[in-house]
Design a protein around this ligand. Structure first.
Ligand SMILES: C[S@@+](CC[C@H](N)C(=O)[O-])C[C@H]1O[C@@H](n2cnc3c(N)ncnc32)[C@H](O)[C@@H]1O
Length: 274
């Protein structure tokens, strides 16, 4: 029979192992059900989510220039049409692949992961149509907490655009995203600020008046202020380099940078080198 001391030590070890493996999910199943519905029409001209595609006009340069300014883009590639060649990029919550495709097209070896199987299927179907990106773009139907277990310190950049406002356990979400980054790598996120003006413009007006965002797409209570996201980044050794406000202009029908971060914002942080 085991002595009390041995049993106590064994129990302590078991608890430690269980704690290091146990992880809470970041998936909000209601959100995934909502996103699944867009699977069939993600890339159509009449897509209800096409505003995300037009966001590429500002978010792709934000990511590309952020990486160039950090000095991790090779000099040989900066002036080419594929400046991100040689860099490994993870797109978390890639949906049907709007951003992942654009990053692969400028050279990044890209992996997109998403909690929606229907959207990953749409993303896989769409990339087949483009010879240029077929080989450097891959997709996986998974959540970041599963993916990060086998991809620690792998990526030069982790991007997650318009996703954090749809996840549960945001602290874990950021932790697992940051874990996938190499030391010195960059994390980029875009989201909606938690302000009254964002609630009015980016939610009420966008969903009910302009009807350019699906009704019920966003919930004010799930939004996050930039300083909260910065704190979560810092807890994972990622230090903010840039925060920039942006918004959609319904007159020009384009996204544009603005001096205030009160509506939408993009954030870029860099993981400390060990
Ligand atoms: C608004 S869409 C953004 C899609 C893409 N990032 C873009 O901007 O084109 C949000 C995406 O996040 C995914 N998502 C939500 N929660 C997630 C989670 N916990 N893990 C992975 N993907 C998630 C949804 O399935 C959906 O595809």
């Amino acid at each position: 029979m085991l002595s009390l001391a041995v049993r106590h030590t064994a129990l302590k070890h078991l608890l430690k192992v269980t704690a290091s493996y146990s992880t809470t999910t970041t998936i909000d199943h209601e959100e995934i059900t909502k996103f699944n519905k867009h699977g069939k029409q993600w890339w159509n001209d009449s897509s209800e989510v096409k505003l995300l595609l037009s966001m590429n006009e500002i978010r792709v340069p934000f990511i590309r220039d952020g990486l160039i300014n950090c000095g991790i883009v090779s000099d040989d590639h900066i002036e080419t049409c594929k400046p991100l060649s040689g860099l490994k990029v993870l797109d978390v919550g890639c949906g049907g692949g709007f951003l992942a495709e654009a990053l692969a097209r400028i050279g990044a070896e890209t992996i997109g992961v998403d909690g929606s199987k229907d959207l990953i299927d749409a993303a896989i179907d769409h990339k087949q149509m483009d010879e240029e990106i077929k080989d450097n773009l891959h997709y996986e139907h998974t959540c970041i907490e599963e993916f990060s277990k086998s991809h620690e310190n792998v990526f030069d950049a982790v991007v997650s655009s318009e996703v954090i406002e749809h996840v549960v356990n945001k602290e874990d979400f950021v932790k697992h995203c940051a874990a996938c980054l190499k030391p010195g790598g960059s994390i980029f996120m875009t989201t909606i600020n938690k302000t009254t003006i964002a609630n009015v413009l980016a939610i009420f007006v966008a969903e009910n008046i302009l009807q350019i965002v699906p009704k019920g797409a966003h919930d004010y209570d799930k939004l996050m202020a930039p300083h909260e996201l910065q704190r979560m980044f810092e807890e994972n050794c990622c230090y903010t380099r840039r925060i920039h406000g942006f918004t959609y202009n319904p007159v020009t029908k384009r996204w544009c940078w603005i001096p205030s971060s009160d509506i939408n914002y993009a954030i870029h942080a860099v993981k400390a080198k060990e």
